[in-house]
Design a protein around this ligand. Structure first.
Ligand SMILES: C[S@@+](CC[C@H](N)C(=O)[O-])C[C@H]1O[C@@H](n2cnc3c(N)ncnc32)[C@H](O)[C@@H]1O
Length: 268
């Protein structure tokens, strides 16, 4: 069968973005010059059938293909680690901006997952940095190792329950995308991803608040904290800032639909 015939038969099964992604991964498996007019061999047919079957069961395409794009880079992912999201690219862009425009040296990607934030910062910063990435999940750290090695960037990995593995006053910038989904919302397609990466307890604010309460001890003087938050967390966060007076709000970060999805804070 030719690839174009397989596509015609199976087009309805896949979302367009996922089909494009599958085609780009298939092209990478094949030699240069392979087009949709070429014949698929037995191993291609077996591969496409297994992809289609898993996809039809609801598996995210990134887990099936073991790959996701983030900030224009390819990252290895597997079931058991979070698939990075577009809103985190916006948070990462803001972190890069802070790094490039300020006197920043020590950076921590807290709750790093596959270390996509740390790796993008390491690759795109306009200066050399001391970058650390930490997570409580052993599997996240193993996947991080793979991604860090494949980009050959100087990111140091630490297994740590939030800040437990760090010394006080260590960082100029801490960027965190912690678990912040309300427990009751973890269903449907989200149930394929690890609960430890998603579950922010009843109102989703549990880890965000823990980070806010503790990050200031691990920041150097006038250090920055950037946190990704749920679309309904701005009020809770604002109240925390007003009540504690630890940080100044530098900027609320909005996503492509204009929901507030992150904040840049600075130690007073
Ligand atoms: C929402 S995911 C973010 C992953 C990655 N930063 C990204 O943006 O794709 C949250 C991460 O926090 C980690 N995590 C959960 N509880 C933690 C804890 N107590 N200490 C450190 N990391 C934790 C999870 O293992 C998961 O990798």
């Amino acid at each position: 069968m030719k690839l174009k015939d397989w596509l015609n038969v199976n087009r309805e099964v896949f979302a367009q973005r996922d089909l494009n992604f599958l085609m780009s991964v298939l092209m990478d498996r094949k030699s240069a010059g392979f087009t949709d007019d070429c014949m698929l061999d037995d191993s291609d047919m077996d591969y496409l059938l297994s992809v289609k079957n898993l996809y039809s069961e609801g598996y995210p395409i990134a887990y099936i293909l073991r790959q996701e794009q983030f900030f224009g880079l390819d990252f290895f992912v597997e079931p058991g680690v979070l698939i990075p999201r577009p809103e985190t690219e916006i948070i990462t862009e803001e972190a890069l901006d802070i790094v490039n425009k300020n006197s920043i040296n020590f950076v921590l990607d807290l709750c790093c997952g596959i270390s996509c934030i740390a790796i993008v910062i390491a690759k795109h910063a306009n200066k050399s940095l001391n970058i650390f990435a930490s997570d409580i999940s052993r599997q996240a750290l193993m996947v991080s190792r793979k991604n860090i090695d494949s980009y050959n960037v100087p990111v140091r990995l630490i297994r740590s329950d939030l800040f437990s593995g760090f010394r006080k006053e260590s960082f100029d910038l801490i960027v965190a995308n912690p678990p912040y989904v309300e427990t009751d919302y973890i269903k449907g397609s989200l149930s394929f991803e690890p609960r430890i990466a998603l579950d922010g307890r009843s109102n989703g604010f549990y880890f965000i608040e823990k980070i806010l309460r503790n990050a200031h001890k691990y920041l150097k003087s006038k250090g920055y904290l950037i946190v990704e938050i749920g679309y309904n967390h701005r009020g809770l966060l604002n109240r925390f800032i007003e009540n504690t007076g630890i940080y100044d709000i530098v900027k609320w970060i909005k996503d492509y639909s204009s929901y507030t999805r992150g904040v840049i804070l600075r130690l007073k």
